[in-house]
Design a protein around this ligand. Structure first.
Ligand SMILES: Nc1ncnc2c1ncn2[C@@H]1O[C@H](COP(=O)(O)OP(=O)(O)OP(=O)(O)O)[C@@H](O)[C@H]1O
Ligand SMILES: [Mg+2]
Length: 342
């Protein structure tokens, strides 16, 4: 198919993915269900809006859409499902207001249960529509799992945020998610069919060629298609996931982010950023019951303070991508040691 053959039309490889035009795209994923992806999306979006930015949050979880509820919007009729079903091709017409000034929403409600995810062709159209939204930041809430559509949304943004909680199951799923995103990015970056086929083989951990690590893969790719080596290195370099540890209760939980960062470096050769943690906080539960982001309903709670801090870091990263001056750094070595955890 033509859109698959042209690298510019593949998600995550478009030349404008990191360019300064269009909104700053941030996708929030994590592999496992219930780890706080929607919490992060809603609150980073709200915190950015509170800082005076124009923000659109979009719920791509068509099977479990609930971002609208967390933002206090009664189930909207217009939703991303209209775009997926081709009832509407202009994404801007699906944007609805939220009670939070500066923050608008494209909900994921009213999905077609038989065909919940857009097909590859429609995803490419969606990703280019996202870049036309009149906003400074677009926050993309992802569903659980590693479906190719989830990966495409994760890879499209300048910033892919990986949320995990300090539980072995979440950590395990976070690594599978990273691995899937990493190899998908590599595969999309390769232009020759043979190199793409090799990446595909490497995605199977028990592959017969003995490719176990990205370095093994690079070696093999250089053998069969030397010209792809540079593209491979660029794709690895450009992949910089931002890690957030959610629902932290102990200092050890907080350190998990650093452990994940070093595993990323050691096993994939990728530089991940640990952008902060959010502690487990009863205020989060109360805020959800009130259908308001915690940064709005309980702005002085620990969770709100940490979420705002993460939003600020991401805003700085977005500014840097656009080539303008960063906002002043928060205090503390890493910017997230304000209230020590137990
Ligand atoms: N920091 C926290 N403190 C307390 N409770 C939390 C925290 N983070 C998440 N939760 C609880 O976990 C629930 C799930 O969070 P959320 O809906 O954001 O997860 P999700 O990753 O989007 O899930 P899904 O994969 O189903 O979309 C929330 O409703 C909330 O009750
Ligand atoms: Mg969710």
């Amino acid at each position: 198919m033509r859109h698959e053959a042209d690298p510019r039309s593949r998600p995550g490889t478009r030349p404008d993915a990191t360019a300064s035009s269009g909104p700053h795209l941030l996708a929030v994923g994590g592999g496992k269900g219930g780890v706080g992806k929607t919490l992060l999306t809603a609150n980073i979006a709200a915190a950015l809006a509170q800082a005076g930015r124009r923000v659109v949050a979009i719920d791509t979880d068509l099977e479990g859409a609930n971002l609208h509820t967390v933002l206090g919007v009664p189930a909207p009729r217009a939703s991303l499902a209209d775009f997926v079903a081709k009832r509407e091709s202009d994404l801007r017409k699906l944007v609805v207001d939220t009670p939070i000034p500066g923050l608008r929403l494209i909900a994921g409600t009213q999905g077609h249960l038989g065909a919940p995810q857009p097909r590859s062709f429609r995803r490419v159209a969606l990703l280019s529509e996202l870049r036309k939204l009149p906003a400074d930041h677009v926050l993309v809430d992802l569903g659980a799992g590693t479906h190719p559509s989830v990966m495409d949304y994760f890879l499209v943004g300048q910033d892919g945020i990986l949320v995990l909680t300090p539980e072995p199951t979440s950590v395990e799923n976070a690594y599978s998610f990273l691995r899937a995103a990493f190899y998908r990015r590599l595969r999309l970056a390769m232009t020759s069919e043979s190199a793409r086929a090799l990446v595909h083989q490497a995605m199977d951990q028990g592959n017969q060629r003995g490719i176990r690590t990205p370095l093994d893969l690079l070696r093999e790719i250089r053998t069969i298609a030397p010209e792809e080596g540079e593209r491979f290195a660029a794709a690895v370099q450009g992949f910089r996931p931002r890690i957030v540890v959610n629902a932290a209760r102990t200092a050890e939980d907080v350190r998990l982010g650093f452990a994940v960062k070093s595993v990323c470096k050691k096993y994939f050769g990728i530089e991940a950023d640990y952008v902060g943690y959010v502690n487990h906080d009863e205020a989060v539960t109360q805020a959800i019951r009130q259908r308001r982001p915690v940064v709005v309903s309980h702005p002085h709670s620990d969770a709100a303070v940490y979420l705002t801090r993460i939003a600020r870091k991401l805003m700085d990263a977005g500014r840097r991508a656009r080539g303008s001056r960063p906002a002043p750094r928060p205090h503390g070595a890493h910017g997230y040691a304000r209230r020590p955890l137990a």
